[in-house]
Design a protein around this ligand. Sequence first.
Ligand code: ADP
Ligand code: MG
Length: 401
Amino acid sequence: MLLVKDMKNLKGKRVIVRVDFNVPQKGGVISDDNRIVAALPTIKDLIAKEARVILMSHLGKVKHKEAPEVVEEQKKKNNMAPVAVRLGELLGSPVHFVNATRGEELKKAVDELKDGEVLLMQNTRYEKGEEKNDSELSKEWASLGDAFVMDAFGSAHRAHASTYGIPEILKSEGKQVAIGYLVEKEVVSLDKVVNVPADRHPYIAILGGFKVSDKIKVIDSLLKKCDKVIIGGAMAYTFQVALGKKVGNSPYEADQLEYAKRMYDTGKILLPVDAKIANDFDNPTDIKIVEGDIPDGYQGMDIGPKTAKLYADEIKKAKTVFWNGPMGVFEKDEFTDGTVAVCKACAELKDAFTVIGGGDSASAAKKLGFKEKFSHVSTGGGASLEMIENDGHLPGIDIIK
Ligand code: ADP
Ligand code: MG
């Protein structure tokens, strides 16, 4: 697979870079520019090679099936213009912003781009054809470039026009298509939790979060790869109900019980032995620890201290860890203990490769102060899960290979 750092003869060439500038923003104010910062190495490399850099990204959602005025409203909300300003500040030189996603205005702006200059196109999702990988749209976009770089890991699991259609066309025309620095780091790191050699076992997965149904494929895949799968979060209640336990008012998925039982029967799953419970989710005034069944009128909000210890002891044995999904409602300070315990156990590992894949898990690790202690924190929640589910394959990366 070609890497951006190995691309040659780019002087004066138009290079389309699919970046992930899907930043949290409101009314043009960007609250976290991590994703823009993460794209800088690739952009700077291309500038140094005197390429003409054309950046494309989606931002938020535009639902084209809605009424026209709703679509207009969504477009306004997800305007890419402020990102160009922020990127310009970070690069220390202005970025040309093009408020168009097709047509003459865009083509003209690309034609006028000089060597080493950077252009950012308006939000790819302004186009209805983007998410459908529409072939006409892909052709028009591909015609703007002499080469393509994929650096949007968070979108690599989607075969859209900007992530798949463009490189497919350029590749067929014999042009250079490559992955950028960010995607390279993701691929190298995630490979270590996808293909785990015997001497990197025990391999332990920590799964939590809200729903079993969101994670069925990844649970299947991890049960094949891992020695133990630790379950926490609300997901645990579905398993416990499946085993005949009572969970009070805790959320669980009635349609996943059979599946949960079957997974449990693999013998690799560890379930909580106690829970921190509360009388009410929004207004938890009565909080306590229980072992075994959760009484009616209460719901589980976090794993309990015995479980935290049990899980931490298990994690201590690991040489490889993949973590997706918080152990409890970490957004509330009363229910962070379980997630802190697994973070701490991972942080204390000496000779282990530890990976976080999952948006909320990454923000939990950041909030609780453990983010830097992990070997790798994936920038793509959904993409990292799909990478594990599909044994290392993602459409937006496979097309580059
Ligand atoms: P990720 O984004 O890392 O994949 P998920 O989106 O699957 O994680 O799950 C995160 C959410 O799960 C968090 O908002 C957290 O509050 C919630 N959660 C965890 N434990 C519980 C619980 N016991 N009850 C309700 N929600 C929970
Ligand atoms: Mg999430």
